[in-house]
Write a protein that binds this ligand. Structure first.
Ligand SMILES: O=C(O)CCC(=O)C(=O)O
Ligand SMILES: [Fe+2]
Length: 327
């Protein structure tokens, strides 16, 4: 018998105003317990999501041969086809801080005629996510180390962060009948269990839901779709920078047969050359659990592990920089 479904109740924070002391405590608790929370009054108008999805749909509907012109073997490498991360998942990458020119460089290759509507919408969305990410970093640091120290770290540690957006299209269409006749479950994995390589990720999930977080006990919990909120999660870089205090939780996406799903995942990351080393004020009396490491080296380590389809034993920051007994 399939297990009954469980849904996690994530706290919701209104980011249009400063958080009260009690909200800051619950933000800290959410980051340590779940590594996930929601934000509301984020300022992204509904029509922007609608536009973004319809313009992205236009791109994902192109023939695979066209999309591969910006695929992994091309010089741009902005398109990831199905069968690399998952057979039902394809994605398009748009990087900041110049979201317009990043989107436009893909569009110029994908379409024969000049077209800038996609890049304009992406620019607007990317800039909004950048502002939100800065707000989130500020609030979480305040909840972690207090206002004064938080403000200092925002500048000294997070001042050179950058963001990139991954537009995801999940299409588990017409495949099941032949391949999975014997399977009774009506849900299939769209994106396998992983942690994010970011400081924070901001996700807009489509109304059909499917995002799940793994509890500390190892149980998969649904993060229900909610029209007015965005989902935020802590990534590996923030986990390491906070000496493991903030949780970078494993999560995945499950799909319903024959139902297409879109999502927008915005990753806010340290600059490539940054050495990630939890400040003494964050470590406090605890023992240090991560060795210092260069951000780009960790990203490289993850890419190699993923290409090997996770066959290597270690593929998270714990395996990369954990067991800090030399300091
Ligand atoms: O599609 C989603 O809802 C989340 C995607 C995700 O977890 C990721 O891209 O890292
Ligand atoms: Fe993720």
């Amino acid at each position: 018998m399939p297990e009954p479904k469980a849904c996690v109740e994530l706290p919701v924070f209104d980011v249009s105003q400063p958080l009260s002391p009690s909200s800051l405590s619950s933000l800290y608790l959410a980051c340590t317990q779940w590594g996930f929370f929601r934000i509301t009054n984020h300022g992204v108008p509904k029509h922007l999501f609608t536009n973004l999805y319809s313009l992205s749909n236009h791109i994902f509907s192109l023939p695979i041969g066209s999309k591969l012109k910006v695929g992994p073997a091309s010089s741009l490498k902005t398109y990831t086809p199905p069968f690399i991360a998952s057979p039902f998942y394809e994605s398009l990458l748009v990087s900041g801080p110049g979201f317009f020119s990043s989107a436009q460089s893909s569009v110029d290759v994908l379409f024969d005629h000049p077209k800038s509507d996609f890049s304009e919408v992406l620019d607007e969305y990317g800039n909004m996510m950048t502002k939100l990410s800065k707000k989130i970093v500020k609030a979480v640091l305040k909840s972690l180390v207090g206002e004064d120290l938080g403000k200092r770290f925002v500048e000294s540690e997070f001042g050179n962060c950058h963001g990139y957006l991954r537009i995801g299209n999940y299409s588990p269409l017409n495949i099941m009948k032949e391949e999975e006749e014997d399977q009774q479950e009506d849900e299939i994995e769209g994106l396998g269990m992983h942690t994010d390589m970011s400081c924070f990720t901001i996700v807009h999930q489509h109304e059909i839901g499917g995002l799940q977080v793994r509890s500390k006990e190892g149980k998969w919990m649904d993060i229900s779709p909610s029209e007015d909120t965005l989902v935020v999660n802590v990534g590996d870089l923030m986990h390491a920078w906070s000496n493991g205090k903030l949780r970078s939780s494993e999560h995945r996406v499950v799909l319903k047969r024959n139902v297409n799903r879109f999502s927008l995942a915005f990753f806010w990351c340290f600059e490539n050359e940054k050495v990630i080393f939890a400040p003494n004020e964050v470590v406090g009396d605890h023992s240090r659990i991560y060795k210092p490491f260069v951000c780009a080296d960790y990203l490289k380590f993850r890419l190699i592990s993923e290409k090997g389809k996770f066959e290597r034993v270690g593929f998270t920051v714990k395996d990369f920089a954990g067991n800090c007994d030399t300091l």
